[in-house]
Design a protein around this ligand. Sequence first.
Ligand code: FAD
Ligand code: DHB
Length: 390
Amino acid sequence: MRTQVAIIGAGPSGLLLSQLLHKAGVDCVVFERRSPEYVLSRIRAGVLEQGTVDMLEQAGVSERMRKEGLPHDGFTMAVGDTRLRIDLNGLTSGKNVMVYGQTEVTKDLMDAHEARSAQVIYEAENVTPHDFETDHPRVTYEKDGVSHEITCDFICGCDGYHGVSRTSVPKAAITEFEKVYPFGWLGILSYVKPVDHELIYANHPNGFALASMRSETLSRYYIQVPAGTDVNKWSDDALWDELKIRLGAQAAANMETGPTIEKSIAPLRSFVSEPLRFGRMFLAGDAAHIVPPTGAKGLNLAASDIHYLSNGLIEFYGEKSSAGVDHYSQKALSRIWKAERFSWWMTSILHQFPDLGAFNARIQQSEMDYLASSHAAQVSLAENYVGLPF
Ligand code: FAD
Ligand code: DHB
């Protein structure tokens, strides 16, 4: 079997890339080790930048998002006694973000693939990239116990942090940068009315809390928990009580509580691997970088990688120019590091760091007081939150 572009991973990066390449007439096949149901069961990101929304539009998968997504013009930050609304719209001359879950984005992309009978091979085992340092790369995999091989022009590793693409690169060819935080986020979903029509990020002495949503009847909440916490130690009642404490009296008064339909813990980490190109293999999305979720950059960063990569590949086939693919790594990394900086900064100001003590608490409070008193600081926060230009 042969294709032009072999894509490993059918998360948002892989499916968005495949959809954009298809629209431009580039042939590709996607290999995913899980089932579609499993991929859809992973509850993750919820906030889309304008650039991501535009890309979904360009990919022809924006119809349901336009109907069901919730545009947000601002959000609230609360640190200690200081509470501040960030007016995204006013601070960025009219930009906003869209609250629409990653699960829904993935479902819309899956439906578009199904509608055109695209080649997405789910439950593919032992997917392995080979010979990407040569002009004849290939991917091998097993399906239902039978081995297969596909030859291609390029391999795109969109297979997340635990994928096979990055780990197939010789160690000497790759540099990794990592910061692990001593806490995670315990996230829940519950069919209750959101506590506010906008998101609230709070730093309370007990730790960080975030009130978010997926719709007007489905709420998403997170609290900071120490690394290694057993999710079963948190009963629903204890969680609601803690959310009320950390989000403050006003939110507590408006909070509807109910059974949780999802409860899981995500560890927090900053990670970048460089470069993003190894001969004829590229890395994109979580395969190449991780941000802590504070500021909702993970999925949006995956989308901006795909913007640069899809344009490069389309240019390669359409205009017979390798300029776009040659510059992919450098262009994407420049934006990735800015999002890494922003996510690290949001994480630093909004969490309790057990080992940093009283000095850090004062710095956090003064960061927040500066933000509250400085239009320039708010503009900087808002332009990063809505997403830097591609
Ligand atoms: P992924 O979504 O990880 O997709 C990779 C795909 O590759 C998966 O389907 C996987 O099954 C497949 N795969 C892996 N290995 C192989 C293999 N060997 N062969 C074939 N297929 C393979 N971001 C936010 O902005 N806000 C959040 O609240 C948030 N919460 C998160 C919670 C968790 C637990 C995690 C892990 C991430 C979270 N993120 C969040 C980050 C965001 O979800 C990711 O940035 C986004 O999913 C990246 O998309 P991706 O397609 O690059 O990777
Ligand atoms: C959500 C996640 C985030 O990381 C964030 O900053 C905002 C919202 C969410 O899952 O809704």
